[in-house]
Every structure is written in C-alpha cells, then in structure tokens.
Design a protein around this ligand. Structure first.
Ligand code: C5P
Length: 252
C-alpha cells in the first residue's frame, strides 16, 4: 500500500512527504489502465472519479488493485445517511483506501459514512469544490459573493467533529485548515498544476511544491499529468517538486 500507515487504522500517518494520486478521468477502463501501466512505479495511488466509475464500475477498481496500486474512489456522495451508508459499505467491500462525501451533507451523513467505511477505508469530506470562486459560491448561498476560506474552515470543522479521516480543500486553504484544526486531520488537495499549465475549469490552483508546503497529505494530479504531451515526464516533474519541498522542510 502506498504511503498510508495501515498499522494504525483510522489515524493519520506520520507526515513525511505528500502522496501523489493521479486522477484517472477517462471515459473507459482501457485508457485508464494504459496510463497506470505507463506510469509504473512513479505512481502507486489512483483516483477513480464519477466519469470512469459510471463507465466501468467496480471492475476498474479491481483491475487497478490487481496492479498493486491503491484506489481513491471520488464519488463525492451527498444523500440521506441511510443511502450514503449503503454505498459506503459497497465501497469498503471493494478494498478502496479513500472515499469522498460532501461535508455539506451534514453531521449525521458524515457519521454514517465513517461508520460504514470501517477502519480500512478513510472518509474524506469535500469542503468547497476547487472550481468555485467567491462569486460562484455566493450564487450557491444566495449572496453576491461568499468567503471561500471561511466556508472551507466551517465545513472542515464539521467534518472533523463528525469523525471524517480528512478533508478535501484547495492548496490556498490547506495552511489555514492545518493551523486551525491541527495535524490529525488528513488534507487532500486537488487543483494542482505544474508551472505554466492551463488552469482549465479550476479556480483555486497551486503547484505540487506549494500544496505540499501548505501541509497537504495527498495531492490529486489530473490534467497536469493526464493531458501532458508526456505524462511520464510530467510525473517526474511532480516527484522532483515534492522531493525538493521535503528536503527544504526537513532542513528547517
Ligand atoms: O484535471 P484536474 O487536475 O483539474 O482534476 C482535478 C481532479 O480532482 C478531478 O478529478 C476532480 O474531480 C477532483 N476534485 C476537484 N475538486 C475537489 C475535489 C476533487 O477538482 N474539491
């Protein structure tokens, strides 16, 4: 298993280096598994999201695990507690290491998810999607604009109090969440871009080095690797940034 200390189920590993997770945002399992074999040892943790999962279902999770890699199933569940618990029991049965729910589903829903996931599968709660900025979030809550960082903190505190293993937030808020909620909460940061890459539909993006320096435990790498002309070279650049950050941090 990559990077997570399974000997202490339900607890955060000692923070060494941020673990990179590549997002397999593909419409079919063939393309996804091609990238898994192309990246080889350089990536041992993959994210299966709603596009790939609705196309291929549990069989793609099984195939990735057969390659010896860990799976983060990012379905961002948001439903009544009973329904979320039922889905989470199936997710646990697939041997998934990390799975997401929306923190805005509320305390009872997060608690039900955590209980159903058991100690082997960590539940991460999504705070505010990295595609939302203050205007877009304002529209959701019926205001001209909304304070993204304050919303992230409020939802992260709710997730933590409800027993979630960690939260998903952008690199821009990671430092704040770490400072307010301490080191026991795992932080997963999407919206990561190598310098010079296009942001696409993301609003709150950071480099791998900046995300790790802000306290991320896991980085989700999507198009910065999958849409690169040379995904292996992009992955090497990410690993290089992470090792530089780790060297700087341990030298402090
Ligand atoms: O290609 P890109 O790096 O933008 O992809 C980011 C990945 O992280 C996508 O798979 C997306 O679903 C996921 N994600 C996100 N924002 C969140 C949670 C997950 O972008 N808050």
């Amino acid at each position: 298993m990559a990077g997570v200390d399974a000997s202490v189920p339900g607890t955060r590993r000692a923070r060494s280096a941020a673990v990179p997770i590549v997002a397999l945002d593909y419409p079919d399992s063939l393309s996804a598994l091609r990238l898994v074999s192309q990246l080889g040892e350089s990536c041992r943790f993959y994210k299966v999201g709603s596009e790939l999962f609705t196309a291929s279902g549990p069989s793609v999770v099984e195939a990735i695990r057969r390659e010896g890699c860990d799976v983060f199933l990012d379905l961002k569940l948001h439903d009544i507690p009973n329904t979320v618990a039922g889905a989470m029991r199936r997710i646990r049965g697939m041997g998934v290491r990390l799975a997401t729910v929306h923190a805005s589903g509320g305390r009872a829903m997060i608690e039900a998810a955590v209980q159903a996931a058991g100690s082997e599968c960590g539940v991460l709660a999504v705070t505010v999607l990295t595609s939302l900025d203050s205007r877009a979030l304002g529209e959701v809550v019926g205001a001209e604009s909304a304070d993204v960082a304050a919303s992230v903190l409020r939802l992260a505190a709710l997730a933590s109090a409800s027993g979630a293993r960690g939260v998903v937030c952008s690199g821009e808020e990671a430092r704040l969440v770490r400072a307010r909620l301490g080191s026991s909460l795992e932080l997963l940061v999407p919206g990561v871009r190598l310098p010079g890459d296009a942001p696409g539909d993301q609003s709150r993006i950071v480099t791998p080095e900046a995300a790790a320096a802000a306290g991320a435990d896991y980085l989700v790498l999507g198009r910065t690797v999958t849409a690169a002309a040379d995904p292996e070279a992009a992955m090497r650049a990410v690993l290089e940034q992470l090792s530089v950050e780790k060297r700087l941090r341990t030298a402090e």
